[in-house]
Each structure stands twice: as structure tokens, then as C-alpha cells.
Design a protein around this ligand. Structure first.
Ligand code: AMP
Ligand code: ZN
Length: 476
């Protein structure tokens, strides 16, 4: 398989560190769980999922470790500013711990809907405080750190010749003025916090004792070095993350890990995902373009349509999300499901012919994916195959085989799901009237009546599911 490596800035032939054992160790930077998972995150983790599925298809045993950042990630890449968890706690009026668990659960809920396979291991930063502390103590012993009083323990990047190799430019050359939120006392602009101390007068919710301060907490970068080494060993085959992590977070992970292990290359391949933009803009709450999977469902789209939309662009290109692009993808997905159900129904038991043609489609499909995960081209081959004159039995077999990697979940789909998410206007006038009656009952908290009407809908062949701001209508 060919894969682009940010470290060499080239598409390289992928060979695992333990190629003979056919084992691949992947570490993926996980979410910071201080707010809702949005569709930009979904794109990143769907693309990680594709990578894992392709490697498994190639016969590798993949160990996929992904962290949950539930402490220490400041609101910017600099070492000043508020901790994201504490910020989330204030915003939602809950404790930092409650916020962390709530949004971690929302992350998994979103991943499951999107058909993203769970990592082999998911690890929380707050449950690895000791290993992070031990790593910082080791770096301190090796002479790579310095202390800034009332602030924290810092990594001295001037002690490493290779710092910043990943981004292809030496961040130590950045002028002090170009780095906002600078900490006084830092020796070099690129130095970063390994461990932070609670400030006087501050009442932080997530603090631990350390040799330097009784109320302190890890810097954000150290968790990925400590947890990946603890769970996967000193060297990784692949490390993934968004492109926003290249210059700072991943540069710092490399500095920490390689200093800790005595300069063993930390990751062989660095895979970085480009961003999802919405209507050409960065996603943000203030622009009103911050969408979650629930927003997608509320508008009547299925998660599979969103997944298919992601697969239509390359992971290294920026993708621009619009509702009309999702609409087009929904139509394509509905058509695909229709194809699948038809060929499933109309399979023949006759002996299979056309084997050569089937093999050609299979080889073209996987060749595209093995070419730096060209999902768009793989989809094009899938459509060609479905429109070809191959017999239905072959089409059915191939489509299921392709979907084991595409992850659209066709195998478990039935007609019911095809007709999911009906709109009110799709119902008869009587049912529409009954639906409105039920809404009134719900508003006046007459839940007995609402349930009674729900039963009437079931008798008429429809399932109603109450969601936060809407009611999902599905046909039974
Ligand atoms: P965070 O929770 O901000 O640490 O993000 C988790 C992962 O999602 C990181 O690898 C980010 O680079 C990635 N990510 C965040 N926003 C977007 C976006 N709009 N599009 C694609 N990936 C994103
Ligand atoms: Zn990380």
C-alpha cells in the first residue's frame, strides 16, 4: 500500500515495523471532550476508520489506540490561556468531570452512528496521570526541562537538533511577537509546557500533586507520548491527526517521545487529515455553521449519506460541506441501497461466470484504496461494477466485500431503513392531523395520550421516536 508520509513529504510504500508478523500499531489523536463532536471531527475519524479497514483487508493485525483528552488542553496551542475542560464546565454549568464524560459519550454515540469501528483501545488522559508524570521526570533527569516559577515545567527545544522536522520548518525561528499568549520566562518561543501549576487564587477542578507543585496538571502534549508508549511500545507504525496538529502538537510529541526513548524514531508514518469546512468557512458556533450528527439526522439525512459524502473527497484535500452536497449524497446512498436490495433479492443460484471481470473490478477497487486511500476512485469503480453486466450474484458478493472497507453497513440494512426518516408531508392527511394532535399532547405533558397515538401510528405501520427537538418518523 502507498501512503503519504508528512515526515518525508512523499507518498511512500507502506511497510510495517513488524512486517513479518503482519502487525500494525496505530495511534490516533482523539477528541478533546469539552463540547459536542461536530461533523469536522466525524470526517477525521471516518478517514482513520478507512485506513484501519484497508490495513485489515491487507491481512494486518491492527492495534489501534486512540486517546480521550479530558484534561490539560488549553484553548490555544500556546501555553497560556484557559483549560478547555474548565471552559466547557463553565459553559454547561457542570463539573469538568461531568462535562468530560458527557461529551465522551456523545463522541462514541456519533462514531457508532457513522459506522466507525471502535479502536482496539481507548485511553483517557486523566487515567494516565502517573505515566505522564514519570515521563516528565525522566525528561527532567535527562536535562531537557526547566522550571518557570508559579507556571510550570517546560521542554527546552533548543536541546534538540531535529525539533520541528515534521512541519519542514524550524519553529524556533518564529519571532516572539508571532506567538500570542507567550509565557514570560520561556527560553525559546517553541518551548512548551510539560506540566502546569495552578495559579494563585485559581480553583481548578482537575489537579494532582507533583514534585513541583501540590496542585498541578499535565500539559496537553505529554498524554499522547505517554499513552502511546504505554500501550503500543516505543515505536509506532502510523500516527494520525488533523493537519492543525503538525506544527505544534505533533512536533512536541516527537520531541518528548524521542528524548524519552533515546532518540528512537517515534512514528514511521505520519498521516494528517485535512479540514472540513462548512459553506467555505471554518466551523464555529458564532457563525451558526457548527453541525453535529443530530443536526444531520434532524434534517432527515442518514449518517451513511454523510459517510458517503466524506468518501467522495480525498483525506488530504480540504472538503467543503453544504446541505445541498449532503442532499446529493443522500440520493446516491438511497440509490446504492436500492441496488443492494435488488441484487440481493434477485440473485441466481446458477454457476458463476464472468470471474475475470469480477476480479478486474476487485483489483481496481483495492488498487485505488491502496493508492494513498483514494476513496473517490474506489467509489467510481463500485458504481461501474454495479452498472456493468456482471450477474447479480457477483455484484452482491463484490458489493459486500467492498463495503467491508467502505463501512456503509449495507449488509445489515433492510427496506425499513431505506424508508427511514420520512417527513410529515409523506404521511396521509389523517395521520398528519393525528401527528399534530400528539405534538399538542406532548406540549401539554399529556404523555398517556401521546403514547396512545404512538400506538395508532404503529398500527398504521409507522414508528415514532421522540428526539431532542424533533420526532423521527420511520416506516415499519
Ligand atoms: P479536537 O477535539 O479539537 O482535539 O479534534 C480532534 C481531531 O479532529 C483532531 O485530529 C483535529 O485535527 C480534528 N478536527 C477538528 N476540527 C476539524 C475539522 N473541521 N475538520 C476535520 N478535522 C477536524
Ligand atoms: Zn495527540
Amino acid at each position: 500500500m502507498k501512503l503519504y508520509n508528512t515526515l518525508s513529504k512523499k507518498v511512500e510504500e507502506f511497510k510495517a515495523l513488524q512486517e513479518d508478523l503482519k502487525q500494525v500499531k496505530i495511534y490516533a489523536c482523539g477528541p478533546t471532550v469539552y463540547d459536542y463532536t461536530h461533523i469536522g471531527h466525524l470526517r477525521k475519524y471516518v478517514m482513520d476508520d478507512i485506513l484501519v479497514r484497508v490495513l485489515r483487508h491487507l491481512g494486518y493485525e491492527v492495534k489501534h489506540v486512540q486517546n480521550i483528552t479530558d484534561v490539560g488542553h488549553l484553548t490555544s496551542d500556546s501555553d497560556e490561556g484557559e483549560d478547555k475542560m474548565e471552559k466547557g464546565a463553565r459553559k454547561y454549568g457542570q463539573t469538568a468531570w461531568e462535562v468530560a464524560r458527557k461529551f465522551e459519550a456523545y463522541f462514541w454515540y456519533s462514531m457508532d452512528l457513522m459506522g466507525v469501528a471502535r479502536p482496539t483501545l481507548s485511553c483517557r488522559a486523566t487515567e494516565h496521570i502517573q505515566s505522564q508524570l514519570e515521563m516528565v521526570l525522566d525528561l527532567e533527569k535527562k536535562g531537557f526541562t526547566y522550571l518557570i516559577e508559579d507556571d510550570g515545567v517546560y521542554f527546552d527545544t533548543a536541546k534538540l537538533n531535529s525539533y520541528g522536522e515534521l512541519s519542514g520548518h524550524d519553529p524556533r525561528l518564529a519571532t516572539r511577537e508571532s506567538r500570542l499568549g507567550e509565557v514570560t520566562g520561556k527560553r525559546n518561543p517553541s518551548d512548551f509546557a510539560l506540566w502546569k501549576f495552578e495559579k494563585t487564587g485559581e480553583e481548578r477542578q482537575m489537579v494532582w500533586p507533583s514534585p513541583w507543585h501540590p496542585r498541578s496538571f499535565p500539559g496537553w502534549h505529554i498524554e499522547c507520548s505517554a499513552m502511546s508508549i504505554e500501550h503500543l511500545g516505543e515505536q509506532l507504525d502510523i500516527h494520525t491527526g488533523g493537519i492543525d496538529h503538525i506544527a505544534v502538537h505533533h512536533a512536541n510529541e516527537i520531541a518528548q517521545s524521542e528524548t524519552f526513548t533515546g532518540h528512537k524514531p517515534f512514528a514511521k508514518f505520519w498521516v494528517h487529515h485535512n479540514f472540513l469546512r462548512v459553506d467555505g468557512e471554518k466551523m464555529s458556533k458564532s457563525l451558526g455553521n457548527f453541525y453535529t450528527i443530530d443536526d444531520v439526522l434532524k434534517k432527515g439525512f442518514t449518517p451513511q449519506a454523510l459517510r458517503l459524502l466524506f468518501l467522495q473527497s480525498h483525506y488530504r484535500s480540504e472538503q467543503n460541506f453544504t446541505w445541498s452536497s449532503l442532499q446529493a449524497s443522500q440520493s446516491a446512498f438511497d440509490k446504492l441501497l436500492q441496488f443492494y436490495l435488488e441484487i440481493k433479492e434477485n440473485r441466481s443460484s446458477a454457476a458463476l461466470v464472468d470471474e475475470a471481470q469480477a476480479q478486474k473490478f476487485t483489483s481496481d477497487f483495492f488498487k485505488a484504496l491502496e493508492n494513498d486511500l483514494n476513496t473517490a476512485e474506489a467509489l467510481a469503480v463500485m458504481w461501474q461494477m454495479l452498472k456493468s453486466d456482471l450477474d447479480n450474484t457477483w455484484k452482491y458478493r463484490l458489493l459486500l466485500e467492498f463495503d467491508r472497507v467502505l463501512g456503509l453497513g449495507l449488509a445489515s440494512m433492510t427496506k425499513m431503513e431505506q424508508k427511514a426518516n420520512l417527513e410529515l408531508k409523506d404521511l396521509s392527511e389523517e395521520l398528519q392531523e393525528l401527528f399534530r394532535e400528539r405534538e399538542q399532547a406532548r406540549q401539554s405533558k399529556d404523555f398517556a395520550k401521546a403514547d396512545q397515538i404512538r400506538k395508532q401510528f404503529a398500527q398504521a405501520g409507522y414508528k415514532l421516536t421522540d428526539q431532542k427537538d424533533t420526532v423521527l418518523i420511520e416506516s415499519l
